[in-house]
Design a protein around this ligand. Structure first.
Ligand code: SF4
Length: 262
């Protein structure tokens, strides 16, 4: 496929260590807006849907305090508060912050990663640190940024201790939150980053290499898979594959029917 690139996007590709070998016309694309935090107003939980939750002592049992049916009815702010109070699995014991997600709640693009790492746990935001910077550069190459036109979330909202792989029961407990985020966002494309996120979303044990290059589905939304930015930082030769995955995602996204304005 061909992809129109502006000078800024070319610069971003250069930051990713990628070169464009064929001349491409100037796209006339809008300059990406400067990053800006979303307003943080949070209304109270919906009465009758969510039980008020008090901070729980560490010895409290790990059990869902909000039903799956309750989660399925939540709007954004109630959902974020439910995650912040969640004690449904053991990961709540070691977290410093829950990591709900960040970005444009009307975005066409959704990025899904695995779980918070140390920096994410500290800051309460997904994809920060060096891997986050690389993701930002990848998004800029597409004329996007993490606060506009993109929403970023993880499969798990709390950090696994020592960055270990998540346990199946932790994924099962946390998945309703991600499902509701997808339902509320209604993205045109999900870009799943990293083996764990991909296998969780697609329910497939296949390695990334066998799942790349075509669109999959999650809740009716097309899913394109690629490598996690942290992996790309350790394996620079794979960046060209990641760029090909971004181009495929853009192609799939553009092929989606135009939805009514939200
Ligand atoms: S990882 Fe998910 S299910 Fe487990 S405590 Fe955190 S928010 Fe709840």
């Amino acid at each position: 496929m061909s992809l129109d690139l502006g000078s800024r996007q070319r610069a971003m590709l250069a930051e990713m260590g990628l070169r464009i070998f064929e001349p491409l016309p100037h796209p006339g694309m809008d300059t990406p807006p400067e990053p800006a935090r979303q307003a943080a107003g949070k209304p109270a939980l919906s009465a009758g849907v969510v039980q008020p939750i008090q901070p729980a002592p560490r010895e409290m049992a790990h059990e869902p305090v909000v039903s799956r049916a309750g989660i399925d009815l939540m709007e954004w702010d109630a959902l974020e508060k439910a995650v912040a109070s969640c004690r449904a699995c053991q990961l709540c014991d070691g977290r410093r912050n829950t990591v709900f997600g960040v970005g444009d709640r009307h975005a066409d693009w959704m990025i899904v990663g695995e779980a918070p790492g140390e920096n994410e746990d500290l800051q309460g935001e997904p994809f920060v640190g060096q891997a986050g910077k690389l993701l930002d550069n990848m998004l800029k190459a597409l004329g996007l940024d993490r606060h506009h036109k993109v929403y970023i979330a993880n499969v798990l909202k709390c950090r696994p201790p020592g960055n270990r792989n998540p346990e199946p029961q932790e994924v099962a407990q946390c998945e309703p939150f991600l499902r509701r985020q997808v339902e509320l966002l209604q993205p045109k494309i999900i870009l799943a980053m990293g083996r764990f996120a991909i296998q969780s979303l697609l329910g497939s044990p296949e390695p990334i290499g066998k799942l790349r290059g075509r669109a999959h589905q999650y809740m009716g939304v097309p899913v394109v898979v690629t490598y996690h930015p942290a992996y790309l930082l350790r394996n620079l030769a794979e960046k060209s594959k990641a760029w090909a995955d971004l181009c495929l995602a853009l192609e799939v996204m553009r092929a989606q029917p135009v939805a009514p304005a939200r």
